[in-house]
Design a protein around this ligand. Structure first.
Ligand code: IPD
Ligand code: CA
Length: 268
């Protein structure tokens, strides 16, 4: 296989995420027609999620016919051989926010090559902010370079926490309790991808969630790392693409604190 052209794919991903965002905005203009369906406990999907993923699949197939895709709504391209570049896409991350007309949702487009995430784009159509990165090229917000926070003190930090009923609520409660015991502030946005984007640009000093899916974090992991932050080795081990993992990410100077404080809450 010829080498993967990351620059070309990065430009494509930024444009495709904008188009998917426009589609989601169009659906949002007619809230009656959102077609909200329950997928699980506190887990919904709308017609916009399905339409945006279909649009992204059609675009990838047209421009990169040899590539495959893992998406939240339609799963893994049948027959992916593990060698072809794999787009990892969440057509709307923060769907519960989207369905409630809250502005914290985004399109997350990642690319996975040779067992590693190498490119990420996170686009929030409500704020018109696009975080983007490709391996070795740095991270940007609307084209301007970004860096993770230089903060080292928990007492001046804010960590974004995520939770879903895929894991026991005790893990989430413990993470809040431990951070507050160290006078460290926390938030919960309801979008894992945006949480990571905001670690990359220094708005948060960290992100933790006991279990999250690959499509929520594939893009954000690249953006955080390229901005100088750290993440756990999310894709290490068996079947992470389909099973997911815990995520811990943060500013470089907060790594020791976050690993000591939250590390044992990271179930495999
Ligand atoms: C969810 C969001 C949420 C996170 C969950 C995800 P969805 O994705 O990212 O913040 O806590 O783990 O499943 O359902 O909005 O696409
Ligand atoms: Ca998601």
């Amino acid at each position: 296989m010829s080498p993967v052209d990351l620059d070309h794919r990065l430009r494509f991903a930024v444009d495709a995420a904008h188009r998917a965002g426009e589609l989601a905005l169009e659906h949002a203009r007619n809230p009656e027609g959102l077609g909200i369906q329950v997928k699980g406990v506190q887990d919904v999907v709308t017609l916009a999620d399905r339409a945006a993923e279909q649009a992204l699949r059609t675009e990838v197939a047209a421009v990169y016919p040899g590539d495959s895709m893992l998406g939240e709504e339609d799963g893994l391209t049948p027959g992916w051989d593990g060698a072809a570049p794999l787009w990892i896409v969440d057509p709307i991350d923060g769907t519960a926010n989207y369905a409630r007309r809250l502005p914290l949702w985004c399109i997350s487009v990642g690319l996975f090559v040779d067992g590693e995430p190498v490119l990420g784009v996170i686009h929030n159509p409500m704020t018109n902010e696009t975080h983007a990165a490709a391996r070795g090229r740095g991270a940007t917000l609307n084209g301007m370079p970004i860096r993770a926070s230089a903060e080292t003190s928990p007492q001046r930090s804010r960590i974004n926490l995520g939770f879903s009923y895929r894991r026991p609520q005790a893990l989430h409660v413990a993470s809040i309790d431990r951070l507050l015991a160290r006078q460290c502030e926390y938030s919960r946005l309801g979008s894992g991808a945006l949480g990571l984007a905001y670690v990359a640009d220094g708005r948060f000093e960290g992100y933790f969630e006991p279990h999250i899916n690959a499509w929520d974090v594939a893009a954000g992991i690249v953006i955080v790392r390229e901005a100088g932050g750290f993440t756990n080795d999310f894709f290490a081990g068996d079947a992470r693409l389909e099973r997911g993992n815990a995520i811990l990410a943060g500013a470089p100077g907060m790594r020791g604190f976050l690993e000591r404080t939250l590390g044992d809450l990271m179930e495999g």
